[in-house]
Design a protein around this ligand. Structure first.
Ligand SMILES: NC(=O)C1=CN([C@@H]2O[C@H](COP(=O)(O)OP(=O)(O)OC[C@H]3O[C@@H](n4cnc5c(N)ncnc54)[C@H](OP(=O)(O)O)[C@@H]3O)[C@@H](O)[C@H]2O)C=CC1
Ligand SMILES: O=C(O)[C@@H]1CCC=N1
Length: 272
């Protein structure tokens, strides 16, 4: 099929991240030229119906789409590229969201010159509040980064970093939503332990999380200043933060982020 017919986007791998991106992109731009390719026929059919897009196989994805977005697990990337590479040429743009997997590793599996952009998105893309961070591979020019940025901008904010920073980005904003969800679980449990119903405790904490996030984004004040404004002298918040410090929650967070960073590097190591 000639290049001009390949205008669309193929999402390869319709799991949690693939669906989050697919949902946001279709909601923003309509199903238009979007197709999905999924290993599980049942899951593929579910996504095709839910978002009004065509379900295709790998050759079909390469034939229909100019931008091929890889959203399979890092462990599945090499096998997938082995079957996809013969269908891709330098008119395609490969966008990979696989944690840890370097553009060099992807490029090595493709025909010479195929442009690759590595992206670390996050699941709030599902509600158009994603944070996506892009890096160019060796054959990706500014126009390719611009194209990837336009795509990801449909589901939230976008930044660009040198690829060497992608594992740190993965540990912060890629996994980051889970850290906040973990805190929310702990806070809701704490409310229940004090006698509140799970429903009331959840309502209080979810709205508090939302309000705090909007203040962080919009107030022009940093987290420390905002925390100071909540902390009346000798009051309840000071008592609470003293306990967080006594349990070394900052050290726990630093260790958690370092573990995510190390795992991202491990996932990127070439397979045998
Ligand atoms: N979840 C997240 O918050 C984030 C994930 N990522 C990255 O996104 C990628 C996907 O993660 P996630 O969505 O969580 O994982 P999932 O396992 O939920 O999704 C991956 C999907 O791809 C399918 N798949 C595997 N191989 C193929 C193939 N050859 N052709 C078509 N489909 C295939 C899988 O099928 P099957 O179930 O049969 O294996 C599965 O449905 C990962 O690389 C991850 O690092 C990046 C940022 C955030
Ligand atoms: O947990 C993971 O490996 C993926 C990458 C970042 C978020 N989820």
């Amino acid at each position: 099929m000639s290049a001009p017919e390949r205008r669309g986007l193929a999402v390869v791998g319709g799991g949690r991240m693939g669906e989050a991106l697919l949902a946001g992109i279709v909601r923003r731009g309509g199903p238009g030229d979007v197709v999905v390719c999924e290993r599980s026929a049942e899951r593929g059919a579910e996504l095709a119906e839910r978002y009004g897009v065509d379900l295709v196989d790998l050759p079909g994805a390469a034939a229909r789409a100019r931008v091929v977005l890889l959203a399979v697990k890092p462990q599945d990337v090499d096998g997938l590229l082995g079957r996809l590479a013969g269908h891709l040429d330098s008119d395609h743009l490969v966008v990979s969201v696989a944690a840890g997997v370097t553009t060099a590793r992807i490029e090595a599996a493709l025909a010479p010159g195929v442009p690759v952009v590595r992206v670390m998105p996050n699941t709030p893309a599902l509600v158009e509040e994603g944070m996506s961070v892009l890096s160019a591979g060796a054959h990706a020019a500014d126009e390719h980064l611009d194209e990837a940025e336009r795509l990801l901008a449909a589901v939230g904010r976008v930044r660009r970093v040198p690829e060497a920073q992608q594992d740190a980005v993965t540990a912060l904003s890629g996994s980051g939503p889970a850290y906040f969800f973990y805190l929310v679980e702990a806070m809701v449990d704490a409310g229940v332990a004090l006698g509140l119903s799970p429903e009331l405790s959840t309502d209080l904490i979810v709205q508090t999380a939302l309000g705090a996030a909007v203040m962080l984004r919009d107030s022009g004040q940093d987290a420390q200043a905002l925390r100071a404004a909540v902390s009346s002298p000798n009051g309840t918040t000071v008592a609470a933060i003293a306990e967080l410090d006594r349990h070394d929650v900052r050290a726990a967070m630093a260790a958690a982020v370092a573990a995510a960073h190390a795992r991202s590097l491990e996932l990127g190591a070439p397979r045998d």
